[in-house]
Structures are given as C-alpha cells and as structure tokens.
Design a protein around this ligand. Sequence first.
Ligand code: ZN
Ligand code: ZN
Length: 327
Amino acid sequence: MMPVEPEDRRAVLLAVLLGVLILTALASASMACSPHSTSDRGTSGGGTTLTSSTGASTSASVGRPPVSTTATTEEMETASASTQPGGCAAAEARVTITVLYDNAARHPGTRASWGFSCLIEGFERTVLFDTGADGAILLANMEVLGIEPRGIDVVVLSHEHKDHVGGLAEVLAANPHVTVYYPRSFSEKTLRPALETGATLVPVDDPVSLCVGLTVTRPLGSPAESALLLDTAQGHLLVTGCAHPGITEITKSALDLVDEPIHAVLGGFHLMSHSTQQVDAIVRELRRLGVTRCGPAHCTGEAATTQIKAAFADGFMEMGVGAIIVF
Ligand SMILES: [Zn+2]
Ligand SMILES: [Zn+2]
C-alpha cells in the first residue's frame, strides 16, 4: 500500500466534502415539487403505457402513473402535481383526464359499460364529468384506478340520459360534499339523489366558470347538453358527453367563449348511424375549426372511430376506461 502524503490527504478530504455538498443540493432541489406523489392516490393503480400519439406534450396511457414502472416522467410529474391544487400544479397548469366509464375498457380489472365518465385534475377544483350508467361499476373502476371519490369537488352532468347520470346516487353516497352542475331542464327525479344527500345544486342556463380554466358550456338542443371547456398550457380542450347537438355544433358554441381555436375534443360524439361521407364532413369541419387532436369515446361508434383515427393520425387519442390524457 502506498503511503499517503498530508497534501494528498487534504485534497481527498476536500473532494469528498465537495461531493457531499453537491449531492445535498441536488436532493433538496428534486424534492421541492413532489411531496405527495403516490401516497394520496391509493395503491391499486396499474400503469401500462399504451400510446403516446398526441404530440410532444400530450400522452394517452392506461392506468394511474405513480405506481407504474413504465409510466413516463411526464405522467409522474403530472400525477404528483395534480394532488396539490394551488401549489406547483397551478403554476405548471398541467391537466390530467382519466376515463372512468366508457363502452371500452383498457385497464386490466376495470369494466366496460355503455356510458361515459371522466375525472379532470390539475385545476383548482377536481371535476367528475358525468357518472356513467351504473354507480357500482363507476366506483369499482375508480377503485381499480386508485381514485378516491372524496377527492371530487364538482360533478358536471352533460345531459339527462341514464348512461351519463345513472351513477349520481352512488357518487353522492361516497362523497356528498360536492357541487353538481346540470342543464336547468333536468327533472326532479334525476336530481333526487343530490337533493337527498344535501349536495349543492347549480342549474346551468349559460356558460358558467367552475374555477380558472374550467367552463361549463351553454346547454344546447334537446335533451339540453353542456360540454366542459378546459384551458390548458397546451391550449383549449373540449370534453363532451354524447354530443347530441352535433360535435361540430358544440365545438362552434364553445368557440364563442375563447379567442383561440379549440385544438382538442374528446368524449362521446354520437356518430353510430352516420355514413362514411357524413363522418368525413364532420372531420373536415373539425379541422377547419382548428381541432388537431381527437379522442372519440362512448357513443362515437366503431366505424366512425376508425375513420377519425385514420384522419387525425398522430392527433388521435385512444380512449376507454383507464386511459389517461395529459395536457
Ligand atoms: Zn345521450
Ligand atoms: Zn351517452
């Protein structure tokens, strides 16, 4: 063993000290924005990334990201950010949409069923958009995906069809401390669960803001139907229930509320009985309006979904229970 000179020993000590200082600084910087990434989310979420087809800053995947070994860094950041409203999440304005109820299921252990529901996180208020047809299926899917009903602040009901309002009673039984927005034409029967649990009810006649970045659009048609407009760091996004008034009509109506194009539309488009030519015309109109990303779900129909997928290519967003869209 070589003898170590006193000068060499001082140099070694200095190098070790510098190393410790650098490591300490790096550790404190990485902890600054992620205090609650997994513990608030439950433990049962999966996390198989399915697709990443919606551009550089948007991803669509399946399962809750925090416990995944394959989730992208972006998904992990978004998941941790969304658990702390008003903190880092607000500054980053990152938004996560998780499909909870749909005609197709993508995450193992979740169930497909006719209807639609999704959870929107990343704003000051966490929103459940529609409740599917069956509350037991909705809550079971939420549990598999690691989503806690008590985290919901607002329920937005798009229109008065059972496949969108059927799960309301079970959602309110799990969390009565929510505000429910619905088109004013809703019957008392549909609203009964909300009346009985003491949830706050807000009828919608005109566009109404839920918080910064979230707006319920004016109900159109019969049954009266609202959509949800999101302002994200990546642009405006529209979430629809069934789009009975027409997906292009709903998009045009929402465009009145913003100065820039709505670049993404997702949810039910109700195109099951439309011809290939009619779907082509709708795709062209959506493109003309500035839509570049499309996530057809629920009642869009298989043939129309295939057509939309081919037309939007990289802008297509795969839906189904467990799909997570990050903006
Ligand atoms: Zn409907
Ligand atoms: Zn529907």
